[in-house]
Design a protein around this ligand. Structure first.
Ligand code: SF4
Length: 78
């Protein structure tokens, strides 16, 4: 799945929310999150993010690995 990382925090531009064909991006707290069980890996969200916060899970930076779990965890709590 795609993962939203640190640069989204306090930005939450929401362009990705409008772009996602399966509506699996949700805004909560200080950032947006991708639901990993609903994401179809289409990549539509990646180019529209103004802060380049969204990348495929395989491309998540070493320093942002925690965001993989954070995106998934958001959907366990709601
Ligand atoms: Fe939605 Fe596609 Fe982005 Fe997954 S890759 S979050 S399905 S727009």
């Amino acid at each position: 799945s795609y993962v939203i990382g640190a640069s989204c925090v306090d930005v939450t531009d929401r362009a990705c929310v409008d772009e996602c064909p399966v509506d699996c991006i949700y805004v909560g707290g200080r950032m947006a999150y991708v639901n990993p069980t609903e994401c179809i890996d289409c990549g539509a969200c990646e180019p529209v993010c103004p802060v380049e916060a969204i990348v495929p899970e395989s491309d998540v930076a070493e320093s942002e690995q925690d965001f993989i779990a954070a995106n998934a965890a958001f959907f366990l709590e709601v």
